[in-house]
Ligand binder design. Structure first.
Ligand SMILES: [Zn+2]
Length: 144
């Protein structure tokens, strides 16, 4: 439902307004499947475990530790104008992994496997569709 980065793929309108409101109020949300209880971050409309289509939003902390990172110089379609950029993969405190941009509060020279990071949502409403992406920020500078 919510694609990473959102520059090419846009979320469908179902539940998007509710999701955006959570982000505006500073809550980072995952989805929990109403059939099997599986929690997905970022939220998914269809459960990745059982494919059930009904879910509820649940708040997550966004705290995690850096699993790995990579610098992208040959960007895929839709990202050419921001290359080069750096992506990080974090092991989330509540389980699972999240891929996100390395944020401005984290200099590339400071990146170290296992360092604590905070997944921070960025809501973009300057375009026709609401879209969200995530940065990985230093926990010291995070508000969550
Ligand atoms: Zn499920």
């Amino acid at each position: 439902m919510f694609k990473w980065f959102g520059r090419v793929n846009h979320a469908p309108h179902t539940k998007v307004a509710e999701f955006a409101q959570h982000l505006r109020e500073g809550r980072l949300m995952a989805s929990r499947c109403e059939a099997c209880g599986h929690v997905s971050f970022p939220p998914r409309a269809d459960c990745e475990a059982c494919l059930h289509g009904a879910f509820t939003f649940v708040p997550v902390s966004g705290r995690g530790t850096l699993h790995t990172w990579t610098r992208i110089t040959a960007a895929p379609r839709g990202f050419e104008d921001v290359a080069p950029y750096t992506l990080g993969l974090v092991d989330l405190e509540e389980g699972g992994r999240a891929l996100a941009w390395i944020g401005a509060s984290v200099p590339e020279s400071s990146l170290a496997i296992g360092m604590p990071l905070q997944v921070t949502p960025r809501l973009h409403e300057d375009v026709e569709d609401i879209r969200v992406d995530y940065t990985l920020e230093s926990p010291k500078g995070a508000t969550a």
